[in-house]
Write a protein that binds this ligand. Structure first.
Ligand SMILES: [Zn+2]
Length: 88
């Protein structure tokens, strides 16, 4: 197999992993970018970013919300107000 194909596949694989790790805190694009460019190192970076960011869960769909200050869930669009849960 051509080395460039392997590089692209590995880049895509780590980009996908980074995307899903980052997605839980709204860093999907950042995580995908970090993973595809830096590979395992990018995964470590996005994981520490995710762990450093407190999150709240939407009471309607269970999706992660970055801050209690947001008015509507970005996943399901439900109005949130005071219903945010504590970070787990
Ligand atoms: Zn929701």
């Amino acid at each position: 197999m051509d080395p460039i194909v392997i590089i692209l596949l590995v880049s895509f694989l780590f980009g996908t992993i980074g995307f899903f790790i980052g997605d839980s805190r709204g860093y999907a694009a950042v995580g995908g970018l970090l993973g595809s460019i830096f590979g395992p190192l990018g995964i470590i970076v996005i994981t520490s970013m995710v762990l450093a960011t407190p999150t709240y869960l939407c009471p309607y769909c269970g999706g992660g919300i970055k801050s209690r200050q947001v008015q509507r869930c970005r996943h399901c669009g439900s109005p949130l107000g005071m219903f945010g849960n504590d970070p787990s």
